[in-house]
Ligand binder design. Structure first.
Ligand SMILES: NC(=O)c1ccc[n+]([C@@H]2O[C@H](COP(=O)([O-])OP(=O)(O)OC[C@H]3O[C@@H](n4cnc5c(N)ncnc54)[C@H](O)[C@@H]3O)[C@@H](O)[C@H]2O)c1
Length: 333
């Protein structure tokens, strides 16, 4: 199949390589012509160093080329999804499968990215979400990985499963797009917090507490918004949370470490040098939690540190000192 990968960061490139390996005709689109030229000349992406790009890979900075694609994979940062989809919409044939691989929530609307894509395409293309514990650096190096393809229509998710599945990349289907996307966006907030814990010198106990209660609040939000609770213990849920909170590949965690060590927020964000989705998602978590009427104390604390100048040192004792409660008292029970 002819497939256009929209977004030439680490993730778009790793998935483009996988698709090429699976026998598809793949073109990577960059929003800047200089990036297209660089990829074509160097045959390596600076965001994915040490992973050569084969001769068969195509590059463009013209979205018109996506017109006769059977599928389009969206892998830009979340803030660029609406604008890029709007431009793409003029060229896409109705029925083209659009795969959303970015992780985030739109800043002002608090919409999930598949909703943003659907809005921009006027519903003319089915949208499948691809998510799970999958660092580009590892997928690019053929390290065994498993993810979820989620769509309202399971048959459509199955088509995306067939595109990506190979002996080193397992894809499970799901019909829970809402839960999958809420997990994908919100785990980045918890990963920032996990990094802060590391930067502050907290231990493994603290991180396990943070991750488990972090997932409890993500699930509370996701279920309130219509997600299925099983999703939160699956690959897109706990699976992705584990990898993001524990790995040094995670830029959200690395950014959190810098903040925990006392670096100002903007300095930490700049030092990472790539999109830190958790920074944006913390603001969305707050808005969505308020709309859905659920409590997200960890994400709220992250918001206060990231946007309101709250001192990170006091946050752990604040969270530890919250009123006592039962672990099993959740809004969906
Ligand atoms: N890196 C990973 O391991 C990974 C894994 C799963 C999901 N994701 C998600 O995929 C998305 C992209 O992440 P990444 O790691 O590839 O990011 P990255 O920082 O490596 O690259 C981002 C890319 O987007 C491009 N870009 C920047 N502004 C743009 C704009 N206005 N319009 C179009 N393109 C623009 C940049 O040129 C760059 O090529 C994020 O939402 C991220 O959460 C990343």
């Amino acid at each position: 199949m002819k497939i256009t990968v929209v977004g030439s960061g680490g993730w778009g490139t790793a998935l483009a390589l996988l698709l090429l390996e699976n026998g598809h005709e793949v073109t990577i689109w960059s929003h800047r012509p200089e990036k297209t030229a660089l990829l074509r000349e160097r045959r390596e992406n600076p965001m994915l160093p040490g992973v050569p790009l084969p001769e068969a890979m195509n590059y463009t900075s013209d979205l018109a080329g996506a017109a006769d694609s059977g599928a389009v994979l969206m892998a830009t940062p979340s803030y660029a999804v609406r604008e890029t989809t709007r431009q793409l919409g003029a060229y896409l044939t109705p029925g083209t499968i659009v795969i959303s691989a970015s992780k985030g929530i739109e800043k002002d609307s608090s919409l999930r990215l598949s909703q943003v894509i659907e809005e921009e395409l006027g519903g003319k293309c089915p949208v499948v979400v691809l998510s799970g514990p999958s660092h580009a650096e590892e997928v690019g190096r053929h390290i065994p990985t498993g993810v979820v393809a989620a769509a309202d229509d399971l048959a459509m998710a199955g088509q995306v499963q067939d595109l990506f599945m190979n002996p080193r990349f397992r894809v499970y289907t799901s019909d829970d797009r809402v839960g999958t996307e809420i997990c994908a966006a919100m785990k980045n907030v918890i990963a920032l917090c996990a990094g802060c814990c590391d930067g502050l010198g907290c231990g493994d106990n603290t991180k396990a507490l943070l991750m488990t209660r972090g997932m409890a609040e993500i699930a509370r939000l996701g279920v309130a918004l219509g997600g299925r609770k099983e999703t939160f213990t699956g690959l897109a849920g706990m699976g992705d949370l584990i990898v993001t909170c524990c790995s040094m590949h995670s830029r959200n965690r690395r950014c959190g470490i810098l903040i925990g060590q006392g670096k100002p927020i903007q300095v930490a964000l700049e030092e990472i040098g790539a999109v830190v989705e958790g920074y944006y998602a913390a603001a969305n978590a707050r808005t969505l939690a308020q709309k859905a009427g659920v409590e997200m104390p960890i994400s709220q604390a992250a918001y206060e540190v990231l946007y309101e100048g709250r001192e990170v040192r006091g946050v752990v004792s604040h969270l530890m000192g919250r009123e006592k409660r039962s672990e099993l008292e959740e809004s969906w029970s």
